[in-house]
Design a protein around this ligand. Structure first.
Ligand SMILES: Nc1ncnc2c1ncn2[C@@H]1O[C@H](COP(=O)(O)OP(=O)(O)OP(=O)(O)O)[C@@H](O)[C@H]1O
Length: 406
């Protein structure tokens, strides 16, 4: 029997008797070799979470509302490695955090992006930000929610996630997040210049958040896979009242799994073609050229964007300019290419001419300035393998802070 094609057999027990053995949490049909299923063990019974044909056809069907909630994205079956069946890693079994919309009060609008409007609100007594996606943007909502719901995603450098769900009228999808009272990093930099200490705080918390996002962590049987942000820009980094940054907007993020049992990284691109919606001016040369769409290169592309963000932060630091004469905030390449850039112009300037935002001559003459110049240059190197890791950026900033305080 084929469990996939004969749906009547897809019930507890019957599936294990008629279509091969259930081993751990992934089952491959030993009779027909054409289908596979993920199971959840409920009171020692195997309950189907997701079943479908094997990867050649790339077509899967969810079985219940609950599994729809967890697995409505295209899931790959890389756990099925030849005939061997591997246990489902904890990073694939995210715990949904549904919100009770009745406990949510929406107040004033505080931001807007391509897919969502962001409101200040109150949820169960806490002041929060509510990201509201139209019903038509379910995919964008699910992609972002799936990243927040990964295990071990709680970190000071990542916006705190309270939960997700539907609005009371059922017309939109909601993500409830901590409210960053200073808004986006872009907003803060336009508004204010910073001291050495304030710029260092922004840079350190930002790099620590990215280093954490990029980390592959195993803690007490729980796995946090590497996540590449995919759309880092000063509009997607939030700033709290204490002057620290928190990463947000994971709609273009990619989970890089090292736990598939295959050699190397098993990556799952959540939104293909996010280049169309991501922030063009922060894209690395290789992304602009369209040479990268998965794997570790996405992490290296994030570091390129981090270099641009650090440049933006330090270009607003009054201690790095004569008599505190800081220029007004500009986006990367805004001076060179204007406020609305095209892919063609960026490709020519960034990729073919290998140009980067200009760094004040004065920085070279001072120890800290020279080290900062070296830091941003090592982040935005044309060669992805030559770039620093985010963790290394954390280390360099720490060293820089130590020199400054001596
Ligand atoms: N938690 C938050 N606290 C305060 N402001 C926020 C928060 N989340 C988002 N914002 C504001 O709302 C804006 C839009 O949010 P966000 O970037 O998440 O939306 P989006 O539709 O995913 O945007 P994009 O166009 O970058 O894809 C942000 O630039 C920021 O100013």
């Amino acid at each position: 029997h084929c469990a996939y094609h004969n749906r009547k057999y897809i019930t507890r027990n019957i599936i294990s008797m008629h279509a091969g053995n259930v081993t751990e949490l992934v089952h491959r049909c030993s009779s027909t070799k054409c289908c596979a299923s993920y199971f959840r063990l409920v009171g020692n019974q195997a309950e189907v979470m997701l079943e479908g044909e094997l990867p050649s056809k790339q077509k899967y069907h969810s079985m219940s509302e609950q599994s729809l909630y967890n697995l409505d994205k295209e899931e790959n079956l890389s756990c099925v490695d030849g005939e061997a069946v591997l246990p489902l890693c904890s990073c694939r079994t995210a715990t949904p955090r549904p919100i009770n919309s009745a406990d949510l009060e929406i107040q004033q609008a505080i931001g807007r992006g391509h897919f969502a409007k962001v409101w200040q609100g109150k949820y169960q007594g806490s002041v929060v930000a509510v990201k509201v996606f139209h019903a038509g943007c379910k995919q964008e909502f699910s992609s972002e929610r799936d990243i927040y719901e990964l295990p071990l995603m709680e970190h000071s450098g990542i916006a705190r996630f309270f939960g997700a769900g539907k609005s009371l009228d059922g017309g939109s999808w909601l993500l409830v997040l901590e409210l960053a009272t200073c808004g986006s990093l872009h907003h803060l930099l336009c508004d204010k210049r910073g001291s050495w200490m304030a710029s260092m705080k922004l840079s350190q918390s930002l790099s620590q958040g990215l280093a954490y996002l990029h980390s592959d962590l195993h803690r007490q049987g729980t796995h946090k896979p590497v996540v590449a942000h995919g759309d880092l820009s000063s509009g997607n980094v939030l700033v709290r009242a204490d002057g620290t940054c928190a990463l947000s907007d994971f709609g273009c993020s990619t989970i890089l799994r090292s736990c598939s049992g295959r050699p190397g990284w098993d990556s799952l691109k959540i939104i293909a073609d996010c280049g169309q919606v991501g922030s063009l001016r922060y894209m690395s040369p290789e992304i602009l050229e369209g040479c990268v769409d998965q794997g570790w290169s996405l992490v290296q592309a994030d570091v390129y964007s981090l270099g641009l963000l650090l440049w933006e932060i330090w270009m607003r630091c009054s201690d790095l300019f004569e008599d505190g004469m800081v220029h007004k905030h500009t986006l990367p390449y805004e001076t060179e290419l204007g406020s609305s850039v095209t892919l063609e112009r960026l490709l020519l300037y960034v990729s073919q001419m290998n140009k980067r935002p200009s760094i004040p001559k004065r920085w070279e003459r001072e120890t800290q300035g020279a080290l900062l110049q070296e830091l941003v240059t090592d982040c935005w190197d044309h060669e992805p393998d030559a770039r620093l890791t985010a963790q290394c950026v954390v280390g360099r900033l720490h060293a820089l802070q130590t020199i400054h305080s001596v």
